[in-house]
Design a protein. Structure first.
Lengths: 191, 191
């Protein structure tokens, strides 16, 4: 079948005859794409990991500083951007405090029997607002009550950040989305 | 108290609009950037880092970029530059292996790799390998670029704007005729 009659001269790019001279441009690109998708696939989760870091980096907000952590939780991991808390001793409860200019966030992390984590938090001074946990692949959101308390009963293990949204009133600023008001974001921590 | 707190998985419902748009872009364009980094000869781990770095550096430039097309081209350029930088640093410490197609498994080498690729993909691989390196890179990258961004991206890949069409066309023609010389297409042609 490798017949030499593969006459280059006859390769009229416009392919007048009923038979074309091979696949069209779009089909060729599709073939190249298919080759590399099979031979050199994008690592699983890469886009997701990038979404996670980019979403948080792009968030308008003030980065809270870690001010206190109990001994088990105080190993730091510089791998994530900034500060990440290394996983503490497996089943112990950990208490961590973050500070921003006008807000203190204290959280306690407990292990659930099913392998997830329970996270209880307090905001000082108390404010009624939305609190979000950003995880790879999604987020969880709860409201903090009038005492500034909030709780996430079941959070998947992994890298998370806590985002404390501004109080409702703060987001009314005209023409600006709610992200324009100052959220407070904690460093990444590993549950 | 956690029982009355409302949980919401926000992966689908999503955070505010600007973040969603960026998320979509990350999903759509990360495969392109992956090809850019790998075509520069990087290993998979380095390529991941380079792609992530490109996205992060985009954040500080977001307001200078007006249209999506320009954004794709900007990212491709940033990724390519960073990939070259990393590849050059690697070459100082490692024996050079410049031919990027060497980075994907040679489907002829062993049966395991062969099984990973369909017949058509093997034919494309073989044909692609006969093309000049510049064409290989161009086709590999542009194959993953959303169609409206072809021109800008191809232009950024180092060609003068005026010659974009013909050059892309020439590379495609070369691939087409290389495929035509292979037995796979010959057989197909007779069906």
């Amino acid at each position: 079948m490798s017949n030499p009659s593969a006459d280059h001269g006859a390769e009229d790019p416009r392919g007048e005859g009923p038979f074309t001279n091979g696949p069209g441009d779009g089909a060729l690109f599709a073939m190249v794409r298919s080759l590399f998708e099979a031979a050199d696939p994008v690592p699983a989760g890469l886009a997701e990991r990038i979404r996670f870091s980019v979403a948080l980096a792009g968030l308008e907000g003030e980065m809270a500083r870690l001010t206190a952590a109990d001994a088990e939780a105080s190993e730091f991991d510089e791998h994530a951007d900034g500060l990440a808390l290394a996983r503490g001793a497996a089943e112990e409860s950990r208490t961590i405090t973050f500070d921003s200019s006008d807000l203190t966030i204290m959280i306690r992390i407990d292990a659930n029997a099913d392998g997830t984590a329970r996270l209880d938090g307090w905001l000082a001074p108390p404010r009624r607002c939305q609190v979000e946990i950003a995880l790879i692949g999604g987020s969880l959101e709860v409201g903090a009550d009038a005492d500034g308390r909030f709780a996430f009963p079941s959070v998947p293990r992994g890298t998370v950040r806590i985002v404390v949204r501004p109080p409702e009133r703060g987001s009314v600023t005209d023409g600006r989305g709610p992200t324009e008001a100052r959220s407070v974001i904690t460093p990444a921590l590993v549950l | 108290m956690g029982d009355d707190s409302r949980h919401r998985l926000a992966a689908a419902a999503g955070p505010p609009a600007p973040v969603i748009a960026l998320d979509d872009l990350i999903d759509e364009l990360t495969p392109v950037l992956w090809q850019v980094a790998r075509a520069a000869g990087l290993g998979r781990e380095d390529a991941e880092d380079v792609v992530q770095t490109a996205w992060e550096s985009l954040l500080s430039h977001l307001n200078t970029i007006r249209e999506p097309g320009a954004l794709t081209a900007w990212l491709v350029t940033a990724t390519r530059r960073e990939a070259w930088r990393v590849a050059a640093a690697r070459r100082k410490t490692q024996p050079a292996d410049h031919e990027w197609l060497g980075a994907i498994p040679d489907p002829r080498e062993n049966s395991e790799d062969r099984a990973l690729l369909a017949e058509e993909q093997r034919a494309v691989w073989t044909a692609l390998r006969t093309l000049p390196p510049r064409c290989q890179e161009l086709l590999r990258i542009v194959a993953f670029v959303p169609r409206p961004d072809y021109d800008l991206v191809a232009a950024r890949l180092g060609m003068a704007r005026g010659s974009v069409g013909p050059t892309r066309g020439r590379c495609l023609d070369k691939l087409r005729s290389a495929l035509g010389n292979g037995s796979w297409v010959e057989e197909e042609g007779h069906r």
